[in-house]
Design a protein around this ligand. Sequence first.
Ligand SMILES: NC(=O)c1ccc[n+]([C@@H]2O[C@H](COP(=O)([O-])OP(=O)(O)OC[C@H]3O[C@@H](n4cnc5c(N)ncnc54)[C@H](OP(=O)(O)O)[C@@H]3O)[C@@H](O)[C@H]2O)c1
Length: 278
Amino acid sequence: MTAASAQDFSVARLFNLGGKTALVTGGSSGIGLEMARGLLRNGARVIIASRSRAKLDEALAELNDYPEVQAFEFDITAPEDRLGLAAEVEQRFGSLYLLINNAGTNWGAKLEDYPDAGFAKVMDTNVNAQFALTRDLAPLLAAAGNAELPARIINIGSMDGLHVPIVQRLPTFAYSASKAALHHLTRALAVELAPRHITVNAVAPGFFASRMTRHVFEHYLADIEADCPLGRIGKSEEIVGIVTYLASRAGSYTTGAVIPVDGGTSISKGHRDYLQQN
Ligand SMILES: NC(=O)c1ccc[n+]([C@@H]2O[C@H](COP(=O)([O-])OP(=O)(O)OC[C@H]3O[C@@H](n4cnc5c(N)ncnc54)[C@H](OP(=O)(O)O)[C@@H]3O)[C@@H](O)[C@H]2O)c1
């Protein structure tokens, strides 16, 4: 890098994702699909990967303005599927600049009814499999990064891993625990992978429209908005924005961070009561 380019603080240079290779797990719907769209819009080459072929095909139809997208059918909890995905990434890209660990699941039930199988499924999908896929893709990420421009891992955590969620009215014990675990795994992997020129960060979203939140928005949208200091749910561009920062040159020196994108909800306990009293 020349001294002149190091002082080029233009947005075009700092946030450029042109030609970067990216894998978005759970990229067939919701937040994952929006992140894939944002990466493609900014010139990245993207693989989206999830279980349902039908949903992947729907996503491809939505992204048909972008020839640089490809879909891969896989279950993140299946070791052979993870290895198959790693082989596909290697064959298509040779290395991997950006891994977004976004696939996730939830289970809500009262304490006395909460099934072992539900708890295990959430932990397996949201924590164990994220770790295993990251381990399996680390060599391809290391091959894409260097000291000046490291490769990137972005884990999609949740504000529910920062606070105890109440607005759903139905406890989600495993989900909160899994996201808190993913946040801490982010820190551990950031330290581990820094010498291999890979940064690891987490984004902790608040409420965004998706299949996962459809039911809760139908019943509790007013409460969700009242609980949020900014008074609304999030917009896709606000997730795309943070991911663009973490993935770009501008984010090269940020690692081990857990960044809430929740309108302040996770830090505003008692906010609604305060508003009602004032
Ligand atoms: N929406 C929100 O308000 C919100 C807030 C905080 C955090 N998040 C997090 O954001 C991420 C995306 O959620 P979303 O809200 O966008 O929900 P979504 O629309 O239901 O997306 C979940 C994605 O993950 C995939 N997936 C689920 N299980 C999988 C598995 N075993 N293997 C591979 N892919 C799997 C799904 O596709 P298939 O079912 O076809 O596999 C889908 O593409 C999750 O990690 C979630 O916890 C969301």
